[in-house]
Design a protein around this ligand. Structure first.
Ligand SMILES: [Fe+2]
Length: 186
């Protein structure tokens, strides 16, 4: 189940947690982050093509394209048997920013976003059906866990702008990782 955990950046243990999607959308919205729950508009096979995945959520995708002027859409997926899973995981484990929105819709699986908009950190455990948009310039990091499993629709206004600029702040090391966070919610 999707969860939002908010805590002071210097005290990860002092957490406020909700799993109510409407409350998650409210709290994230106040920090400038878009969170939505989407339902599929047509049945989707596990091995569906990129085109079929996007078509299954076409109405919601088009709404975002119209609202934010996204220029391209693609689908990315990762499974626990991927030979470069550790390298791919490590790429986003340190706090960074992008010059571009980071928009992810989870068609399958899950992942943990850590957003650092102010003196707080928002840990957003995204699962199937969740749309999260991290604003350009917002400090954040992402953990897909030791055994990554997700399929996501990504929307870009400019794919070239989607490069991670590392902040150099070691804050991520003070926080529970994906697997530890999941265990704490169990
Ligand atoms: Fe990122």
């Amino acid at each position: 189940m999707s969860h939002l955990t908010i805590c002071p950046a210097d005290r990860p243990e002092a957490a406020t947690i909700t799993s109510d999607p409407a409350v998650m959308a409210d709290w994230l919205g106040e920090a400038g982050v878009l969170f939505e729950r989407w339902t599929t508009e047509q049945p989707l096979a596990a091995d569906a093509s990129q085109e079929a995945v996007i078509a299954a959520y076409q109405g919601s995708v088009n709404r975002l394209i119209d609202r934010y002027e996204f220029r391209s859409v693609d689908v990315v997926s990762l499974r626990p048997d991927h030979p470069q899973k550790d390298e791919l995981r490590s790429r986003f484990l340190n706090e960074h920013t992008h010059a571009e929105y980071e928009v992810r819709f989870f068609v399958e699986g899950r992942g943990l976003f850590y957003l650092h908009p102010d003196e707080r950190v928002f840990m957003v455990l995204c699962e199937q059906g969740d749309l999260l948009s991290v604003p350009a310039g917002m400090k954040h990091w992402f953990d897909m866990g030791e055994n990554p499993h997700f399929k996501c629709i990504r929307l870009f206004t400019n794919p070239d702008g989607w490069i991670a600029d590392v902040t150099g702040d070691p804050i991520a090391a003070r926080f529970p990782n994906f697997d530890q966070h999941l265990a704490s919610l169990a």
